[in-house]
Design a protein around this ligand. Sequence first.
Ligand code: GAR
Length: 207
Amino acid sequence: MLNLAILISGKGSNMNAILSAVQEGEIKNVKPSVVISNNPSALGLRSASEIFRLPTKVVLCNKQTKGWDYDKQIVSVLCQHGVTPESGLVCLAGFMRIISPEFVRRYNMRIMNIHPALLPSFPGLRAQKQAIEYGVKVTGCTVHFVDEGVDSGPIILQKTVCVLDSDTEETLSSKILKEEHKLYPRSVKLFAEDKIQVKGRKVFIHN
Ligand code: GAR
């Protein structure tokens, strides 16, 4: 059984998509164990506890707790809920913090992130706005393992979305989000089924 933690900062719609897929039996052998947020008013915290009946934890950050000092507290919550570097999976789902190298190394290739662009294009904040301003005709979303850089880890799955002349940041974001809700559960399922192999930068999916 794979113990799963989801880290959120906001709405948590990707979290909902993953948890629904587990609840509906599309993803097997995964035990959602805890939802953690840096933001006490993250909407997703409510659905995690009220709909999915999961333990939730807010880890506040301040000037004293940056980088590994902050992440240490996250790791302690993960371990309390059995999400260990040996047997756990951590999914960042709209978690708007950069993870420290110490955390990344400890959970090597066991932290996933979803990003609303076709990486390596448009990393960082407001990827959809960046795509519109650049004038690309195609963008999309990426699920990747987290490494020590920003949105730079090995790519697990990607899905394209067309950019129309009429698209705004909002319309494009919602088209991409719809695809994110399919891509992230698929990635977690592949991981849980042990079908993912990482060799350097490359991720191989085995059937
Ligand atoms: C999603 O679009 C996700 O790709 C993005 O934040 C949104 C979270 O939505 N993440 C990033 O931009 C990370 N760089 P959600 O809270 O409804 O899942």
